[in-house]
Write a protein that binds this ligand. Sequence first.
Ligand SMILES: NC(=O)c1ccc[n+]([C@@H]2O[C@H](COP(=O)([O-])OP(=O)(O)OC[C@H]3O[C@@H](n4cnc5c(N)ncnc54)[C@H](OP(=O)(O)O)[C@@H]3O)[C@@H](O)[C@H]2O)c1
Length: 287
Amino acid sequence: MPSSLQGKTILVTGATNGIGLVTARELAKMGAQVTIVGRSAGKCAAVAREIEAAAGAPLEVIVGDLSVMEGVRQVAKTFREKHSQLHVLVNNAGGMFTRRVLTTDGLEYTFALNHINYFLLTGLLLDLLNAGAPSRIINVSSIAHEKAKIDFDNLQGQKRFIGLEAYGQSKLANLLFTYELARRLEGTGVTANALHPGVVATGFARNNGPIYNVGTWIAGQLFFRSPERGAETSIYLASSPEVEGVSGKYFVDCQAVPSRPQSYDRPAAEKLWQVSLELTEKARQNN
Ligand SMILES: NC(=O)c1ccc[n+]([C@@H]2O[C@H](COP(=O)([O-])OP(=O)(O)OC[C@H]3O[C@@H](n4cnc5c(N)ncnc54)[C@H](OP(=O)(O)O)[C@@H]3O)[C@@H](O)[C@H]2O)c1
C-alpha cells in the first residue's frame, strides 16, 4: 500500500456508514482529497468531522439521494463544479430491501440504488475520470451474485419480487456492468474492477424492520467481519500500485478471482447496458 495518495481526488458513495465510511477514512488518511456522498446532511457532517480528525485534512461532502436519478445527477453536478479531474470513483452505496418499493422515477428501489446509481454516476463523471487517467472505478458487488441470474422480463420485480433475489440480481448487474465498462474503457487509462467485501457487520439490511435489524445485528456481532476488514479490498483497489492498469476483474480479499459464469455473459452485459442507457437517457441529457 502506498503511504501517500497526495494529489489524488477520490469520491466514495455511501460513506456515512459501514464499508464506505472506513474506505473514505483510510484513503483520506493516506493523503487523498476525498469527497463523501451520503443521503443525510446530519450524518455526512458527523462523519466528515470524524474523518477530518483522523486524517488531519478537510473532507468534501455532497448530500444526495442516489436512489433517484435527479439525486445522482445533482451529486455529479456538484462534484464537477469543484473538480476537473477524478482519480478514483468508489461506487459503494447500496442495500437490500425485502419489500418492493418504487422510486420517484418509477424504478424498483434495489435496481435503482444498486445498479442504475452506479451506471449513471459513472457515466456522468467519466470525462473527469478520463482527465484524471490513470484512474480507477471500483464497484462494490457481492458474493450474492453467485446464485443470481438476470431476468430481463422481471428486471424490476414487476412480475415476482423476492428481496434477496432482487439484491442478488443487482449485484450480478454490478459485475456485468463492470466487465462491459472495462471492455469499453480499454486503452483509455481508466480501469474498472469489482469486489466482494466479505460478510461485514454494518448497517446492511437493517432497514427491513425490527426482526431483520436485531437478527443481522446479532449475526454481525458473532460471525461477520468488521467494517475495517470489509473495507480492505476497496482500499486496496483504490490505492495499491499492484493494480495499476488492471481492469475487468473481480476481487475478494485483495485477490483477483473468477466470478460466476453468468457474470461473463456478454450479450446480457450489452443488453443491460442498453436498457440502462435508455432508462437514464433524460438524466444524462440534463447534465
Ligand atoms: N455488509 C455486507 O456483508 C456486504 C456484503 C457484500 C456486499 N456489500 C455491499 O457493500 C456496500 C456497502 O454496504 P454496507 O454493508 O457498508 O452497508 P451500510 O452500512 O448500510 O452502508 C450503506 C451506505 O449507503 C448509503 N445509502 C443507502 N441508501 C442510499 C441512498 N438512497 N442514497 C445515498 N446513499 C445511500 C447509506 O447511507 P445511510 O448512512 O444514510 O444509511 C450508507 O452510507 C453495498 O453496496 C453492499 O451491497 C455489503
